[in-house]
Design a protein around this ligand. Sequence first.
Ligand SMILES: NC(=O)c1ccc[n+]([C@@H]2O[C@H](COP(=O)([O-])OP(=O)(O)OC[C@H]3O[C@@H](n4cnc5c(N)ncnc54)[C@H](OP(=O)(O)O)[C@@H]3O)[C@@H](O)[C@H]2O)c1
Length: 270
Amino acid sequence: MTTPYGLKGRAAVVTGATRGIGLAVARALTEAGARVCVTARNVAEVERTAADLGGRGLSGDVSDPAHLHALTDLCVAEFGRLDIVVNNAATNRPYGPLMTVDPLDWRTAFTVNVEAPLRLAQHAWRAWMGDHGGAIVNICTEGAGHVGPNVGAYGTSKSALLHLTRQLAGELAPKVRVNSVSPGLIRTEMARFVWEDAERRIADSLPMGRIGEPEDIARAVVWLTSDAARWVTGADLVVDGGTRVRAAWAGQGSAVHEALRARTPGADPG
Ligand SMILES: NC(=O)c1ccc[n+]([C@@H]2O[C@H](COP(=O)([O-])OP(=O)(O)OC[C@H]3O[C@@H](n4cnc5c(N)ncnc54)[C@H](OP(=O)(O)O)[C@@H]3O)[C@@H](O)[C@H]2O)c1
C-alpha cells in the first residue's frame, strides 16, 4: 500500500516537460516515487531533463501522431507499465482578434491543445490503462472559463480540452480517472509576456497576493494522480490564487487583462 500521495512503482508520461509547469510536474511525480518519460521538441533539453530526473525521454512534437505512439511504446517498453499521463504541452498561438486569425493557425492550436491529448489518451488506454487502470490529467487554464483580449484561439481550444476531459472521464470510468488542472497566471516562459512587466500590479490584483509558481500546479497534479484522489474523476481543479473569485474580494482588479490588451495583435506572444 502506498502512502496517500505515494506513486512508488508507477510510470508516467509528461508532455512539455523540459521547463515550466511540465518540468515541475515531472519532478514532483519523480519525487513521489514514479518513473517518468518526458517529451518536448528540443532534443538536448529532453535528454537533459530525462537524465536529471533519472527517467526516459523522447523528443518530438505532440502534433505528430507517430511521436505520441512512440512515446507510449517507450514508456511501456522501459518501465513495463503506463499508469499516469499528463497532457501539458500546449500553444498559446495564434494571438490576436479572431477576425485576423488564419484558420490554418487556428487548426494547429486545436491539433496541439486538443487532438494530441486525445491521441495520447487513446494510446495509453490501448497499451496499458484499458486493462490495468490509470489516471490522466489535462492541463487547461483558468482562462477557459471566460473570454479575454487576443486569446480567442487559445481559450476556445482549452475550453474544448475541458469538455474532452469530462467526456473521457465518463467513457473511461471506472478504470481510468480523467481530470484537469486549470492554472491561473504562472511564472513560466509561455506567460512571460503577461507577467514580466506587470508582476507587482498583477500580484496586487490577486486575492492570494502573488502570481503562481510551476510547483503550485505540480502539487495539484500529483494529488489528482495519487490514490488520495481515487474517487475523483471528471473534475477541474482550478489553481489560480483566487483569480476567479476576485470580484468578491475587496481589492479586485483586472491587471492580467490589461497586460493582454496592451500587446500588439499578431506579435509573437512568447
Ligand atoms: N504559464 C501560465 O500562466 C499558464 C496558465 C494557464 C495554463 N497554462 C498551461 O500550462 C501548460 C504548460 O505551460 P507553461 O507555461 O509551463 O509553458 P512553457 O514554459 O512554455 O513550457 C512548454 C513546454 O512544452 C513544450 N512544448 C511546447 N510545444 C510543444 C509541442 N508542440 N510538442 C511537444 N512539446 C511542446 C516546450 O518545449 P519545446 O519548446 O522544446 O517543445 C516546454 O517543455 C500549457 O498547457 C499551458 O496552456 C499555463
